[in-house]
Design a binder for this molecule. Structure first.
Ligand SMILES: [Ca+2]
Length: 579
């Protein structure tokens, strides 16, 4: 059925073929046409025996041919068994759009889940989610750091086209905002009747700006608006929409050195970096409440947890699971963030607690009877934490991506367009639709989320997006799956970097601010997944193709440009523009 409806998103007239909402219109038409002569047709017909006025027929009636508002003729019958109107296609009135829960970890590496090969950190819930659903082996983040990656996710445009191409802080808080005209996933789903919530870390514009989550399609926002604020997992407040909600934590900086004279081997000396309300716990509670409140209608929950991003902080009950399991050197705060008595145990405990939280969300869905009508996706916004190789002496904030082999077999960490910075775990579970235990090597990327969700709800997508829906892969129909000719990253942080993946090939340029036309490296991921052997001199024609793709896919930005060394937007917002 191709019922179309006009919706208005940000002053633009938007044609949306949203089955659920459109069907309501149809039911109204049917109610008028059919109700008078047969019985009152509604999306929720009264149960037999209820005094709802008229009674459903006891047997299926003659087929009813109606012209839908699209002009198409369609045949309907009334099911004797379920008392529902059935379209010729078999579609019933109680079919509704699925709920969508998109869980985004922060700085979780490709190798940090058991189902992706992790040996030291336990992630039983995510491993089970993968066993019950699908696991992608070649899934890519939008960017190697937070804000641009989230911009790509929300808008369906790669970094060569995206509005936000680096982390760019503005004063007094927050990051440079998404422009008003950008169409987000949340706006598309909201336009299709979804309740929408963003819970966790936002990073795409301060409260009251054009990038405020409430101005970008989310009915509810709860969490950290500013990425810097999210450096502390025990903040003294979080936002609910634009209001500050107090937490039972003292105010303290997330970047401190261990006090001189204190004993680094005394765990009690670190108590000052732990509060009472762990922000991820509060965010989980909000997520569960949102799910419960919206159990009877389609909902979209974007759950952007702040874990396992630094600082290293975790409640004691989770820490206990790992204390004493690894050789430890107390971290004293000399490489940023907060001192930590047992940094490895703390990191592992943070990931396992996140895994526990995912398990709780899945359990809630099950308890509410929503299991089969809820698509749950888990992924990460970029690769694992860095720091000159990431070892125990170098890792930023006491992290140790070498010890945990956080990037698995990949080269590079957060901030790099080598695979380790951008290839991320991606698991999806939807019991009624996704065949259990599937592993897919389909090459997909953050900018595919928007068209995938749009396809699920039969909505139009904005004309200028770069993504391709991976719904066929989810549904176990690889023969229907369209492939990307190439993927592109054009990242303006960490010296400036570009990358393009086409087939098994990956071309990379670093230090773009120094040499915008510097040489491209070329790797063959099929036989060199670790990107250790540059074969650009052997395949000059492939280098030329990569060069052409990067040039063609670049769109000028007012804020970022390698050649003129424009490194970002202004540090303050001149005008606070919002609804
Ligand atoms: Ca991140």
């Amino acid at each position: 059925m191709s019922l179309q409806r006009q919706v208005n998103i940000k002053g633009k007239s938007w044609v949306s073929r949203c089955g659920h909402v459109a069907k309501r219109k149809l039911w109204m038409v049917l109610g008028v046409v059919v109700g008078a002569s047969l019985w009152c047709v509604s999306p929720n017909p009264g149960k037999p025996g209820q005094s709802a006025g008229s009674q459903p027929p006891s047997t299926s009636g003659s087929p009813l041919v109606l012209t839908e508002t699209s002009g198409e003729a369609a045949t309907y019958t009334v099911s004797a068994r379920t008392h529902q109107v059935v379209r010729e296609t078999g579609e019933t009135s109680n079919s509704r759009h699925p709920n969508i829960i998109l869980i985004l970890a922060d700085d979780l590496g490709y190798g940090e889940l058991g189902c992706y090969g992790q040996q030291k950190i336990k992630t039983p819930n995510l491993d089970r989610m993968a066993a019950e659903g699908i696991r992608f082996t070649q899934f890519y983040a939008g960017a190697p750091v937070c804000a641009p990656s989230r911009c790509v996710l929300m808008t369906g445009k790669h970094l060569g086209h995206a509005a936000i191409r680096d982390n760019s802080e503005v004063q007094p808080e927050g990051q440079w905002p998404l422009p008003a005209e950008e169409i987000t996933i949340a706006e598309i789903l909201k336009g299709c009747g979804y309740a929408t919530a963003a819970i966790g870390k936002w990073g795409l514009g301060p409260p009251g700006s054009t990038g405020d989550p409430n101005a970008q399609g989310f009915d509810l926002f709860f969490g950290y608006n500013c990425q810097r604020h999210a450096h502390n997992h025990y903040p003294s407040w979080l936002y609910r929409n634009r209001e500050k909600v107090a937490l039972r934590n003292p105010e303290f900086s997330a970047h401190q050195r261990f006090p001189e004279g204190a004993d680094p081997n005394d765990p009690r000396a670190y108590a000052q970096y732990i509060g009472e309300d762990y922000a991820p716990d509060r965010m989980l509670a909000e997520a569960i409440a949102f799910i419960r409140e919206n159990r009877d209608r389609p909902f979209f929950l974007y759950y952007a947890t702040t874990v396992p991003h630094l600082a290293l902080q975790v409640p004691q009950d989770s820490l206990q699971e790992y204390l004493g399991q690894f050789p430890e050197t107390p971290y004293l705060g000399d490489r940023g963030y907060l001192p930590c008595f047992a940094p490895r145990a703390t990191y592992a405990a943070m990931v396992s607690r996140l895994d526990r939280d995912v398990g709780r969300i899945l359990e809630e869905i099950k308890q509410l009877g929503l299991d089969s009508q809820t698509l749950v996706i888990f992924t990460s916004d970029n690769g694992p934490t860095h720091g000159r190789g990431g070892g125990p002496e170098n890792g930023v904030g006491g992290s140790d991506s070498v010890f945990f082999q956080s990037a698995g077999p990949l080269n590079g960490l957060k901030g790099s367009v080598f695979e380790g910075g951008i290839r991320v775990p991606m698991i999806a579970r939807w019991p009624a639709k996704i065949p259990a235990g599937t592993v897919s090597d389909h090459v997909a990327v953050f900018y595919d989320f928007l068209p995938t969700f749009a396809e699920i709800v039969s909505a139009e997508v904005p004309a200028e997006i770069d993504g391709i829906s991976f719904l066929p892969t989810l549904l176990g129909q690889p023969e229907r799956q369209k492939a990307h000719d190439f993927l592109v990253w054009e990242f303006y942080g960490y010296g400036g970097q570009q990358a393009v993946r086409f087939g098994p090939w990956k071309a990379i340029r670093q230090d773009c601010y120094k040499s915008p036309d510097g040489p491209l490296m070329l790797f063959n991921l099929e036989n060199d997944l670790g990107e250790t052997r540059d074969v650009s001199s052997e395949y000059p024609e492939l280098v030329q193709i990569a060069e052409l793709i990067l040039k063609t896919e670049h769109r000028n930005s007012p804020f970022w440009d390698f050649a003129t060394k424009r490194r970002g937007p202004p540090k303050t917002l001149d005008t606070q523009v919002g609804p």
